[in-house]
Structures are given as C-alpha cells and as structure tokens.
Design a protein around this ligand. Structure first.
Ligand SMILES: [Zn+2]
Length: 451
C-alpha cells in the first residue's frame, strides 16, 4: 500500500494517512454557497479536493472512496441577492448551481459520490439543535438558538487560538441575546417574507455551520477520515462544526484529518467583491480553457497562497500547447507513474509538475516508454481530458481578453467618470467594445459581458 502523507490542521503536522476503513475511505469538503457565479477562489478548493479524491482512489481503489461535497442553498447572501434582483430564491440557487456544475465539468473535476443540498436536510438540523439544547450545549433566547462555546472544552483547538484571541481577531456577530460573544447561532427566526421552516422555536432557518455537521454524519458517519475546505473556513465554520458534532455525538473527533487550501490573490491583492477583482471560473475557462485553469490551480502547493494573473495563465496554456505534442489517448493500463510519489507527499504538485516537464523532454527525444508514462501522469492529475483535435480546435478560437484586464479597465473608467473625464471614460468603453466586451452601468456598479 502506498503511503500518503497529508498536513493535518488539527495537529499542525504532516501525518501518515491511516483511514478508519481502507475499503471505504471517507472525505467531506465544504461546497459552494450558490448565490453568484462561482469564482476562481472557489475553484482552488474544488480542484485541490478533486486531486485528493483522485489520489485516494488510486491508492485504495475507485470504489473504495466516498466523497461528499455539499451545496449551501440557504444563506443570508442568497436571500439578499434574491431581494436585490427581485427573483425567487430557488431560481437563483438553481441557476447558480447549474453554473457551478458547468465550471466543475470544465475543470475536469470528478463528480463527488454524494452532493447533498442544505435545504433537503433541515429536519435533521432541527433535530440536532433540539438534542443540543436537551444535552445542555445550547440555549434558546427569543426564537434564536445559540451554541454555548463554554460547554465544549476543545473549542479553539483547530484554529489553535485561545478564546481571547478569537474574540479579538475575528468579526463576530455581536448580539445582546448571546451569553458569550463567541456563541454561535444554530437557529434564527425568519421574517415572514423570507424562507423559513417550522420549528419548536418558531418559524426560522438554520445557522450556516449546522448543515455540514448533519450532512457529513448522514453520509460518512459520526467519525470519518478527511474534512476539507479553504483556509478561511477554519474559523469559525470548521471550529463550530467540530463543537456541534463532538458534543452532540459524544465523540472525541469528528474528522481525523482536517485539510485546508491556501488563499488565492489577484496581482498580489486579496480577491474580494469590494475590490471588484473577482474572476469567475466560467470566464477564466472561456478565455484560457479549463485545462489551463486547472493546471494553474495546481501550479503551487495547495497550502501556499497562489497569485492569479494573466502571466500565470498564459504560461499554463503555452505548457499545454507544448505537451499536446506528446499526447496519447488515455490507455486502459492502470499503471502508476513513478512521480506519483510526489503527490503522496502532501500533494506536492509543483514537484510533480516539474517531473512532468522532465518526462516530456525524455519523451520528445523518442523514448516510447517515457511517452507512455508522461501521458499516464498527465491523466492522473486530470489533464489531457480533451483530445488533441479538441485542443487544437480551441486554440483556433480567437482569444478573448481576460476578466482581470476588463476589471482593471472598468476601474479606470469609473475613476475617470468620478473625475469628470468623460472623454477618457468613453474611450475605455470603446476600447473594451473593440475587444468584444459590452459594459452596462448600473446604479452602483458596472456590469460587463463578452459579446
Ligand atoms: Zn461546511
């Protein structure tokens, strides 16, 4: 059996992975909140855990891994955007889920074994909340139910912080209804026009953290192998999942290994809505192709930050153009390439990719065995999923300008308008139009689309 090592946020060390049951290895990764077109920050987590899923399948067998990735389809962000756009909530969640699935397909992510939706598990969430109250871990106050963090001795262990640091360092919701500012909401009342479910505490909806505790337990058990997500989920989301599950289920551990991928920046800036520098997966795919985006996401180690910029994407596209010279259709022989060792060492993708370059060079000299290994190794990390013909065809499509470039131009245009320089603003609009991009000014933002 190959030895897989992974970094465990819970123990802060790289550990040898030992599954609870090697015939059914279990992994849960937090999926998207379906309120807006998914962006490349979400894509990183998606691709990292897809790679881990592929590695586990390679080591333990295709049918010996259960991978659960949820869809959060009830959330305040969804309610807000539905109000903004004056559309029914399920229209938004269905549409965005479709966009998300299309992004997964373009990035060649395998389908998870189960993809449960939060709204389909509200009854279980109500039961768990009720049980936490009865066991003394939660309390009710004016239609709200809060988890009392002082009832759980290991609170803060995952994020490695004491309670004072947590209070100081995070934006926590302040409410006079809470006994302790760090207590978090399990259930909250819904206004009449907002979505809600009947509960013993009145009509309301669950707090966000509850769904992952419920869905992981339902599909993987009270104690399972791996729980993953982006670094931003360590606190409070994962810390709170652990508190709820461990207290309710009387277990020492919820998941044995907690795996987190690093942040994505854009041109060294944090990617955020307010900075207007969020690139959607589907737009990045339109411009560079899904394989280039996937390779870019794997180009640095998953725990490290990754900077997203046009140069990085162009490099990946050039690499793939070259690699396709040695492309062979996927063979049925299930041989594991030697460089798999790199992936087993905490998903060392930069090491693996540099080995791919070496293999390519040897294959290009006419070494047939190396050509075979090179192809096997590319398929193993989920690239070379398009035939050479399809790849060549996509190359011939005119290259659209990148979202990064467009967002920058929109920023410059807004600045020009603010300064009364309407001539420059108009020039930028025309420049974008010549590049095939239409912009539309809305109340407080500028929307754009490829023509
Ligand atoms: Zn989650």
């Amino acid at each position: 059996m190959k030895n897989l090592k992974i970094s465990n946020t819970l123990t802060k060390t790289k550990e040898l992975f030992k599954p609870i049951n090697s015939k059914n290895v279990t992994m849960y990764a937090c999926g998207p909140t379906v309120y807006d077109d998914p962006h490349v920050g979400n894509a990183r987590s998606l691709v990292v855990f897809d790679l881990l899923f592929r590695i586990l399948r390679k080591v333990y067998g295709d049918n010996s891994v259960t991978y659960v990735r949820n869809i959060t389809d009830i959330d305040d962000k969804i309610i807000d955007i539905a109000k903004d756009k004056n559309l029914p909530i399920d229209k938004i969640t269905k549409e965005v889920t479709k966009q998300f699935h299309s992004a997964c397909k373009s990035l060649n992510c395998l389908e998870p074994t189960v993809e449960p939706k939060a709204t389909e598990h509200v009854d279980e969430m109500i039961k768990m909340t009720d049980s936490l109250i009865k066991k003394g871990f939660a309390y009710v106050n004016k239609g709200h139910v809060y988890f009392s963090i002082s009832s759980f001795k290991n609170y803060g262990k995952l994020s490695n912080k004491n309670l004072d640091e947590l209070k100081a360092g995070s934006r926590i919701e302040v409410s006079s209804l809470k006994k302790n500012p760090l207590d978090f909401v399990l259930w909250k009342p819904s206004e009449e026009k907002d979505p809600g479910w009947n509960s013993p505490w009145g009509r309301g909806r669950p707090g966000w953290h509850l769904e992952c505790s419920i869905m992981s337990e339902k599909y993987l058990g009270k104690n399972f192998d791996i729980h993953g997500g982006g670094l931003d989920l360590v606190f409070p989301h994962h810390e709170n999942e652990i508190a709820q599950s461990c207290c309710n289920n009387s277990v020492e551990k919820m998941a044995n290994y907690w795996v987190h991928n690093g942040f994505l920046t854009m041109n060294e800036e944090k990617m955020s809505k307010s900075l207007k520098n969020i690139v959607s997966i589907n737009n990045a795919v339109k411009q560079y192709g899904g394989q280039s985006v996937r390779l870019a996401l794997l180009s640095s180690h998953y725990k490290q930050p990754l900077d997203w910029n046009d140069k990085l994407l162009k490099e990946q596209k050039n690499t793939l153009n070259k690699w396709y010279n040695m492309y062979e259709k996927k063979s049925d022989i299930k041989k594991t390439p030697d460089c798999f060792e790199y992936l087993l060492d905490d998903l060392n993708t930069p090491g693996y990719i540099s080995k791919l370059h070496e293999l390519y060079n040897e294959a290009a000299k006419g070494d047939k065995d190396r050509k075979k290994s090179f192809n096997d190794a590319c398929h193993l990390i989920g690239i070379f999923n398009e035939t050479k013909e399809d790849w060549e065809k996509s190359k011939k499509k005119p290259l659209k300008i990148s979202e990064e470039f467009i967002l920058n131009k929109i920023k410059q245009r807004l600045e020009a308008r603010k300064n009364g320089n309407f001539e420059l603003a108009d020039k930028i609009r025309k420049e974008l139009s010549n590049e095939g991009v239409l912009i539309e000014d809305k109340k407080d933002k500028t929307d754009w689309k490829y023509k």
